[in-house]
Design a protein around this ligand. Structure first.
Ligand code: ZN
Length: 113
C-alpha cells in the first residue's frame, strides 16, 4: 500500500515545516490529490490516522481536495474532461489528449498553532 509511505512523507514534511516556523502543533493539513493520480483518498485518510500519532501533527485534521482530470485535445484544440490517464477525447474520440490536470499530489496548505 503506497498510501502509507506517501502519508509518512506528508506528515514528515508537515512536522518539519511546522517546526521551522516555530509552531508547536499542526491543526490541519490540506492535500491536492488529482483524480487521475493512483492514490486512493480513503486509504490516505486511513493511513493518516495511523501515522500522525506521536507527532506534533497528532491531532491534525486531513482534508483532501480532489482535482478533476483535464487534458488538452490536439485535434479539437481545446481543454476536455479526462476520465482516465491516456483516455480518449470525449468530443472526437481520438487519443491525442495531453493530460494537463488530475495528476496532482501535493500539500496545498496547513494550519499550525
Ligand atoms: Zn478531441
Amino acid at each position: 500500500m503506497h498510501e502509507m509511505s506517501l502519508m509518512e512523507s506528508v506528515i514528515e514534511i508537515v512536522c518539519e515545516t511546522a517546526r521551522q516556523n516555530g509552531a508547536t502543533r499542526v491543526k490541519s493539513v490540506r492535500l491536492d490529490i488529482g483524480a487521475l493520480s493512483h492514490v486512493d483518498p480513503h486509504a490516505l485518510l486511513f493511513c493518516h490516522e495511523a501515522v500522525r500519532h506521536g507527532t506534533i501533527a497528532g491531532a491534525a485534521t486531513l482534508e483532501i481536495n480532489r482535482i478533476a482530470g483535464e487534458g488538452w485535445c490536439l485535434d479539437c484544440g481545446k481543454t476536455v474532461a479526462l476520465e482516465e490517464r491516456f483516455g480518449a477525447c470525449p468530443d472526437c474520440g481520438r487519443n491525442h489528449v495531453q493530460m494537463t490536470a488530475g495528476d496532482e499530489l501535493k500539500i496545498r496548505d496547513m494550519e499550525v498553532i
